[in-house]
Design a protein around this ligand. Structure first.
Ligand code: FAQ
Length: 333
């Protein structure tokens, strides 16, 4: 995408003043696009911000498997089933890279997972909506993955090395997800009137929650200013949301379905689309745990975690046994 920035790993001469603080030196590196690595000095607040964002992102990928997982057994053809299974598995992989990236900052995986399961940690609001019909799988790929890519391509150039590198692979996979979703929508829109109506209904239900994925308006976004100064975020919530609207309008036209916002129209002066007001009351209600599926999502995650305990215990015991065997072999050699 055209808006990628480059972080450099070439030698960089720091300012030579002996009085410069660690904090100023850190900011100087950021300003000069030098990527921060796990063993580099970093302000505690930078570390905490990254752990917050990366762990929330990881949780979103894992909880994000549930709405689509709901349709694997009911996909309309073998081809669709294979594609959907691959997508849902990719999301699990994204969660794992991201938990790994958060661990490089000193976060313990067990704590992050406990925080998700107890309801303390946040994850993306979008995954608290139900998938009522097969068309929802198309709409999620097209809109939710489309919004995810819009937000995550700039993260490939974020200042923290492990997060930026994880995002490169994630974005490649998300592009495939977006295309498979759009293709599902295309098939439905070119199908019977009933199929097209399903696609329209899915767009009606997923449009506004997709816009909410980008987070509160810039004026309400408490973390944006600092995160942009640290080049964790490269664009504001509103900038990315606007890009998403501008990208989606022509795509909806190609599909022949209507975005459920009578106020959407091209603004010749700003060269972008104006759009209607987002229902922020609904957004905060979902973020606070009161969306249509919050309780169900956490219940399902907790159940899966409990039922998978024996697998984790067996894997740990096996790793210990192998380690012990290697040590015994080394002693007797
Ligand atoms: N939902 O000050 P800001 C995906 C919270 S992955 C819930 O603007 P920030 C792949 C925010 O955490 C989707 N909470 O915060 C996929 C903060 O609360 P805190 C996830 C939200 O961090 C596709 C408070 O509001 N993507 O879709 C939301 O600067 C299909 C104030 O907000 C990422 O996580 C929300 N939508 O900006 C998987 C990308 N928005 O922590 C399966 C990385 C905001 O103070 C199927 N994250 N909040 O308690 C980011 O880019 C940023 O964290 C933002 C929020 C832009 C999400």
């Amino acid at each position: 995408m055209a808006f990628l920035f480059k972080f450099v790993q070439t030698p960089f001469v720091m300012s030579d003043s002996k009085n410069i603080s660690l904090e100023d030196r850190f900011q100087e590196k950021i300003d000069n696009n030098i990527q921060i690595e796990p063993k580099d000095w970093m302000p505690e607040a930078y570390r905490k911000t990254l752990i917050r964002q990366i762990s929330q992102h990881a949780h979103s990928e894992i909880v994000g498997m549930l709405p689509e997982g709901n349709w694997i057994s009911r996909a309309p053809s073998l081809r669709r089933k294979v594609g959907l299974m691959a997508k849902v598995q990719d999301e699990a992989g994204h969660g794992l890279y991201l938990y790994g990236a958060a661990e490089t900052l000193g976060a313990a995986r067990a704590t992050m997972i406990d925080d998700l399961h107890s309801g303390k940690a946040k994850y993306s609001s979008i995954f608290n909506y139900p998938t009522l019909t097969w068309a929802d799988i198309g709409a999620i790929g097209w809109l939710v993955d489309g919004a995810a890519i819009m937000n995550q391509v700039p993260l490939c150039s974020c200042s923290y090395g492990p997060y930026a590198r994880a995002m490169v692979r994630v974005c490649k996979e998300e592009s495939f997800h977006q295309r498979q979703g759009f293709e599902i929508m295309m098939s439905l829109c070119n199908g019977t009137p009933e199929q097209k109506a399903l696609a329209q209904d899915a767009l009606n239900r997923w449009w506004w929650p997709s816009l909410m994925m980008f987070g509160p308006n810039d004026s309400e976004s408490k973390h944006s200013a600092q995160s942009m100064k640290w080049k964790i975020k490269r664009f504001s919530n509103d900038e990315l949301r606007q890009r998403f609207v501008d990208m989606s309008v022509p795509q909806a036209k190609i599909l022949g379905i209507t975005i459920p916002d009578p106020e959407i129209k091209w603004n010749e002066a700003t060269k972008q689309h104006d759009f209607g007001a987002i229902d922020w009351e609904e957004f905060w209600n979902v973020v606070k745990g009161n969306g249509p599926c919050n309780k169900q999502r956490l219940k399902t995650r907790n159940k899966a975690h409990d039922e998978g305990r024996w697998v984790r215990e067996a894997a740990t015991a096996y790793a210990e046994k192998r380690h012990q065997r290697k040590q015994n072999q080394a002693k007797s050699a």
